[in-house]
Design a protein around this ligand. Structure first.
Ligand SMILES: [Ca+2]
Ligand SMILES: [Ca+2]
Length: 257
């Protein structure tokens, strides 16, 4: 292409500026939420729980799994911390604790810790919409923090899409590899990056903006991915899925759009 010489510096500056703006955004999603968004929910957990059942945590939290095992306390409020110890085996599911959210673009700021009380501590958190048909249990998209890696996944157009799930499940049941086209499709729906967990307190920021999901930990952008399911127009619930033990000190939910 031939641009007039006098335009070249302007074009170069425009390209640089656009990179700088997107880097800045990724570098400070906490600022994006707190400055451009509206705080729609905050919980610091400064109270005691009321029993073991679905609404025991209070302040609008609900559990999809607590009532399956009413004799077991899975959520203990203690010294301003929500201490989750899932009875995953007894309940047949990881503890699923959720709260109303309600945004298109926005996200959460969460202070969490792996307390080191069980061997394979992990934390899955993200967004659910049970009012849209065609998605198993409304699971839209999640970040998953494991011992040595983290994952961002679009479930809506990936593994929780009912047609994809129906096609994939028999292979899982038979412990057979997936057909190549399905494997290739599902690969596009998520990313996995190396990451090392520890038992310190951390602050994470998880946002969706358009078809992008981004994760920041302790102020550092650690992962981002683009996939059409992230653009789902209504993140109706914010959900934790906790298979073993995690402590949560503080949760803030923001709507930007
Ligand atoms: Ca607290
Ligand atoms: Ca308690």
């Amino acid at each position: 292409m031939n641009f007039p010489k006098s335009l070249l510096p302007t074009l170069a500056t425009a390209v640089l500026l656009s990179c700088a703006v997107s880097d800045l955004r990724a570098a400070d999603d906490a600022a994006w939420l707190t400055q451009q968004g509206t705080l729609i929910f905050h919980d610091a957990f400064e109270r005691e729980e009321d029993g073991n059942l679905a609404k025991a945590i209070g302040n609008g939290w609900n559990s999809a799994t607590a009532d399956r095992v009413p004799q077991i306390k899975m959520a203990d409020l203690d010294q301003g911390i929500l201490k989750v110890a899932s009875a995953s085996k007894e309940a047949g599911h990881a503890a699923h604790i959720h709260h109303e959210a309600g945004f298109t673009d926005g996200g959460v700021i969460v202070r969490f810790r792996f307390p080191g009380e069980s061997k394979d501590e992990s934390l899955q958190l993200g967004f659910v919409d049970r009012e849209t048909k065609g998605i198993h249990a409304g699971h839209l998209c999640y970040a998953m923090l494991y011992r040595s890696n983290l994952v961002l996944a679009d479930y809506k157009t990936g593994v929780m899409d009912l047609a994809i799930r129906a096609r994939r499940q028999p292979y899982l049941d038979r412990k057979e590899p997936l057909p190549a086209d399905l494997e290739a499709l599902l690969k596009t729906k998520q990313i996995s990056l190396p990451w090392k967990s520890d038992d310190e307190w951390h602050e994470l920021v998880l946002v969706t903006e358009g078809d992008e999901m981004r994760l920041t930990i302790d102020g550092k952008p650690v992962a981002s991915h683009r996939s059409e399911g992230f653009a789902h127009p209504m993140k109706r619930w914010f959900s934790f899925l906790i298979p073993s033990t995690v402590w949560i000190d503080d949760v803030k939910i923001y709507r930007v759009r």
